[in-house]
Design a protein around this ligand. Structure first.
Ligand SMILES: [Fe+2]
Length: 230
């Protein structure tokens, strides 16, 4: 369709012309607090989605007898390893936890507990990797891998719920606008290609890899697939 472009009339009246305002939803018009919290919640959603996918994949193997696709399982695990450890937790630990604890010291008990959970999450991820390696070499190790997946998914789900229901509201209540501007700027620096730091790019590449490995579910639902190469 060919669009007609109307010429813009020159303002020859000498009166000021009010410029069109960007929409209210434009990121440039939103407070830094909104942008920072939305970034963290979006990341929680991405982590929860991949954890759901991992549990689903394990359930199909265990309950439906579908042959394991180890490339898909490894890609899902790589994403879970890369996302919380390299992209998400550093934002919270280094910037949000420290800012809140210094602005409102009563929150320190909560931020210390959440920090401990970040450390525990790393240990659970190590257990996930080990249990997938065991399952690759020994089919009977499926139950152990499934237990590790369930343990991590439940642990991390509760962790994210705690952050969203307790941490974020406290931060929104006690941090100032300059605090949030510093935090939002630090979030950008956490993924600054100019400094060679690009976890977001790496995580996006992993996500594309997962999508490319997913079976065409509607057409193949219920049909066993040949074993994938390990
Ligand atoms: Fe989080």
């Amino acid at each position: 369709m060919v669009r007609t472009i109307k010429p813009i009339a020159a303002n020859t009246s000498g009166r000021r012309v009010s410029r069109a305002r960007p929409p209210q939803s434009s990121p440039a018009r939103q407070p830094a607090a909104v942008i920072a919290i939305r970034t963290l919640k979006d990341e929680h959603l991405a982590i929860a989605s991949v954890l759901f996918g991992l549990r689903l994949a394990v359930g199909r193997i265990r309950d439906d007898g579908i042959a394991p696709d180890f490339r898909l399982l490894q890609a899902l695990l790589d994403y879970i390893i890369a996302f919380p450890e390299r992209l998400h937790h550093p934002k919270e630990s280094r910037h949000l936890f420290t800012a809140l604890a210094s602005r409102w010291p009563q929150a320190r008990k909560l931020t210390d507990a959440l920090e401990s959970e970040h450390v525990r999450g790393a240990a659970l991820i190590a257990s996930l990797q080990a249990s997938l390696a065991a399952y690759r070499s020994e089919p009977q190790a499926l139950d152990g891998f499934a237990r590790s997946v369930d343990a991590y998914a439940e642990f991390h789900g509760q962790h994210m719920e705690k952050e969203e229901s307790l941490l974020f509201p406290l931060a929104q209540k006690h941090l100032s606008a300059p605090d949030w501007e510093r935090i939002a700027a630090a979030f950008l620096e956490n993924d600054n290609p100019l400094r060679g730091i690009r976890p977001k790019r790496e995580v996006e590449s992993l996500f594309v890899r997962i999508l490319n490995l997913l079976p065409e579910a509607p057409a193949r639902a219920g049909k066993p697939r040949p074993p994938a190469s390990r």
